[in-house]
Design a binder for this molecule. Structure first.
Ligand code: HEC
Length: 230
């Protein structure tokens, strides 16, 4: 079953500096497969591209998708006027970068793209594709989750955790809930079980599960569980 709830909300624009202002609004959608990810106001997913260079305090973002074929498949998200934060996205992470005569929206420093095959409100088709020299990623709303790969965390959770902690982290019988916990808590518990530490009376059940996890798995799981199971 595919379920996509778009919570993108276009905010009313402040008095425009230019009469033709058409500032983009960035919101958030959610699906079972991908968790929370950024979209435009119409619910079309936006992506970042690993071949780009992220903007930093002393450097502008560099856009590496520039030939016609790339831009046809992956149109840049252009705006006139500062981009607006819709519901669920973080205004502090939104920005823009000049590219030719266009102003391109950035999030946490990464230039944003659409995928030509995506339709508004439908499940993203472009996640994880590798083309034009890099990989295309969905963009997570929180800065903490940005450093990690939510869909990877979602997959590990579904494969290795859901049978005990429940599909939504709610817990069942003697398996505790993992919902409503922050990423730091989840990651440190997993680290403790992996190190063989006893926390509660059933830690022996968690130790073999945790011992199979890499640091990266733990980071991705912690980001996914804390972002999605409120
Ligand atoms: C075989 C069932 C089982 C599986 C599979 C399992 N867990 Fe657990 N989990 C438990 C039990 C039982 C506890 C309580 C352990 C204790 O008493 O210390 C627990 C505890 C936890 C806790 C600590 C909760 C708290 O409030 O202290 C976290 C976090 C957690 N599990 C995450 C995960 C993640 C992430 C996965 C998948 C990688 C996973 N678990 C897989 C059974 C399981």
């Amino acid at each position: 079953m595919q379920r996509v709830i778009s919570t993108a909300v276009a905010l009313a624009l402040a008095t425009p500096v230019f009469a033709q202002d058409d500032a983009i609004s960035i919101g958030v959608a959610q699906s079972e497969k991908f968790g929370h990810y950024l979209t435009d106001a119409e619910g079309r997913p936006v992506y970042s591209f690993t071949a780009d260079t992220r903007a930093s305090p002393d450097q502008q973002a560099e856009i590496s998708c520039s030939d016609e074929d790339c831009l046809e498949a992956w149109p840049l998200v252009a705006t006139s006027g500062d981009p607006e934060a819709g519901e669920g996205s973080d205004a502090a992470l939104l920005g823009s970068t000049n590219h030719g005569n266009q102003q391109i929206v950035t999030y946490n420093g990464w230039p944003l793209y659409h995928f030509a095959s995506d339709a508004p409100g439908e499940e993203p088709q472009g996640y994880g594709l590798e083309s034009f020299g890099g990989e295309w990623r969905l963009v997570a709303p929180s800065a903490q989750a940005m450093a990690t790969d939510l869909p990877v965390g979602a997959k590990i959770y579904a494969d290795a955790c859901a049978q005990c902690h429940g599909p939504a982290g709610q817990g069942m019988a003697s398996f505790p809930s993992v919902a409503g916990k922050n990423a730091h808590f989840i990651a440190s518990r997993l680290g403790q079980y992996r190190a063989g530490e006893t926390i509660g009376s059933n830690s022996a059940l968690m130790m073999p599960v945790a011992s199979a996890l890499s640091d990266e798995d733990i980071a991705n799981l912690a980001a996914f569980v804390s972002a999605d199971f409120q």
